[in-house]
Ligand binder design. Structure first.
Ligand SMILES: Cc1cc2nc3c(=O)[nH]c(=O)nc-3n(C[C@H](O)[C@H](O)[C@H](O)COP(=O)(O)OP(=O)(O)OC[C@H]3O[C@@H](n4cnc5c(N)ncnc54)[C@H](O)[C@@H]3O)c2cc1C
Length: 495
């Protein structure tokens, strides 16, 4: 008889575990609070349009190739992807602009024109070191069950990589970037990659320069948005017998003699299983939201360790003055202050850096006349559990963001009914116990990456997957965590 797994949550991590375990012959039931799969990969309805309101930068294609291959399918047959030749357009309030490309030479030329040859040479060194770090950590950290600093050190010595890493981990990304770039705008641009894991470039270790490498390795636009990716993953699990139960919030993870044995839904219905996998933010477990029996299954995450939250606006807008690409960043002047305002003063400064995803533009394809679908994002402190953002405060922040975009050269106009806002308290409500953090714990300090919970919780029979778990946040990393959870389960339950 098949072994039974219950998965709580159909985010990227839960979906990956569902695919892996159903392919391994398990009977898999996924219980999800919302009406469809995806979690943070979701769309907002704005007027007549569906706009991606969560992740938009799709990277690490290989993670999905491998997952779909294990499910007997070709990823590229299931989804239409277009590789972005231009990674992003960047604009500053002083009127300067820089485009970066998939092609390193093209980017180096652009940097030489934007700054000078010295910074272009720094960029080439930055690419080389980022690739080296990525190469070492891909197999020794990301794709393995959580290593400790000792086991990672051992593997790096074994693989001859310790010298490469000795350039980095004790320094912050921000200080390391000074070694490569004398132009402060480039330091700002590459420091921003720390925010992909919810962190400040001033506090995150320089090893995270590997994120820029991941993006250089390839960025794709997914036809139908990231929601389409979630639907494709759910479909793959279903083809192997996985069952999905939507609008089914789980109230409690049930235990007998200290072992997870099933769940109780908010409706009171109970289901039993050999293992339970929790895909929500692990803070929900330690906060006791899934019951006292599992509240010690993971370490408590203190508030100050939460990663970034965000205020986002999904907008149907008319734009002018600036040829937007799919990914655009409008930088404010004082980047260091932005992060100290968020992490130290728990606020957002009046001049925030703004990410704009123009979802109808791919590789500079001309836009049909009329409005276009935009996601605007500014980083925010993850205090959504105790600080409510009033309508006035959100409108004020929107004015600040639009002013930065405007000084970077773009005009964005829209009517109120064509704009849907999400604040940290909304994110907290959607992702319970997170405080609105979109990335679990921040990667601050040299050892933070080792402190994320691993796939195996402290409670027998309870496993974890998702962005708050090793190897960390982001759609591909959360997907990897789902695979690691399934592997751990198969290993632990082998007769
Ligand atoms: C605005 C925004 C922008 C982002 N940008 C990017 C980007 O460009 N690229 C990128 O790679 N990543 C990005 N991310 C991060 C990325 O989206 C996440 O790291 C990843 O999707 C998290 O997946 P997860 O497995 O942790 O599940 P989540 O997406 O957190 O989903 C967890 C699911 O569990 C469900 N759940 C929780 N508790 C229960 C319960 N008790 N009962 C039933 N169901 C429950 C929730 O409803 C949810 O559906 C972004 C995120 C946001 C919000």
């Amino acid at each position: 008889m098949s072994k039974k797994a219950i998965i709580v949550g159909a985010g990227a991590g839960g979906l990956a575990t569902a695919v892996e375990l159903s392919c391994a012959g398990w009977q898999v039931d996924v219980f999800e609070s919302r009406h469809e799969p995806g979690g943070k990969m979701h769309q907002r309805q704005v007027g007549d349009s569906s706009i991606d309101g969560g992740p938009t930068v799709f990277t690490m294609h290989w993670v999905f190739d491998q997952l779909f291959r294990r499910g007997g399918a070709h990823f590229d047959d299931r989804l239409k992807l277009t590789e972005s030749r231009r990674l992003a357009r960047h604009a500053w309030t002083d009127g300067s602009h820089l485009d970066l490309f998939h092609d390193t030479d093209q980017s180096a030329d652009a940097i030489a024109r934007f700054a000078n040859e010295e910074n272009a040479a720094g960029y080439r060194r930055f690419c080389r070191d980022g690739a080296l770090i990525h190469g070492l950590l891909k197999d020794n950290f990301m794709s393995t069950t959580q290593p400790s600093p000792i086991t990672l050190g051992y593997r790096l010595i074994r693989d001859g990589g310790i010298n490469a890493l000795s350039v980095a981990p004790h320094r912050s990304l921000w200080s390391a970037l000074g070694k490569y770039f004398s132009d402060p705008r480039l330091r700002q641009l590459y420091g921003r990659y720390a925010t992909y894991v919810g962190s400040s470039p001033l506090l995150t270790p320089s090893t995270l320069m590997l994120i820029a490498h991941v993006e250089r390795d390839g960025v794709w636009c997914v036809d139908g948005g990231m929601r389409a990716l979630a639907l494709a993953m759910a479909e793959l699990a279903q083809e192997h017998g996985g069952r999905f139960h939507y609008d089914s919030p789980v109230r409690r993870i049930d235990c007998v003699n200290g072992r997870a044995t099933g769940i109780t839904l908010a409706s009171g219905e109970t289901h039993s299983a050999d293992v339970v996998v929790f895909n929500g933010d692990t803070a929900a477990l330690s906060d006791g939201l899934l019951g006292a029996d599992v509240s010690t299954s993971v370490p408590v995450r203190p508030r100050h360790q939460r990663g970034l939250s965000a205020i986002t606006w999904c907008i149907n807008a008319e734009t002018s003055g600036f040829e937007l690409d799919h990914h655009n960043v409008f930088f404010a002047q004082n980047y260091a202050q932005e992060f100290s305002t968020i992490f130290d003063n728990r606020g957002i400064c009046n001049e925030p850096t703004v990410y704009v995803c123009a979802q109808d533009r791919i590789n500079g394809a001309p836009l049909k006349a009329g409005t276009e679908r935009l996601l605007l994002l500014v980083n925010a402190p993850a205090d959504g559990d105790h600080k409510a953002w009033t309508r006035n405060k959100l409108d004020e922040q929107r004015e600040h963001a639009l002013s930065v975009v405007n000084r970077g050269g773009a005009n964005i106009t829209f009517s109120e009914q064509n704009c849907v806002v999400s604040s940290p308290d909304d994110w907290h409500h959607r992702f319970p116990a997170s405080g609105g953090s979109l990335y679990g714990a921040a990667s601050h300090g040299m050892f933070s990456s080792f402190t994320r919970p691993s796939a195996k919780s402290r409670v027998k029979g309870l496993y974890l997957s998702g962005g708050s778990v090793h190897p960390g946040p982001g759609v591909p990393m959360a997907t990897l965590s789902g695979t690691l959870a399934a592997r751990q389960i198969v290993k632990d339950t082998a007769e």
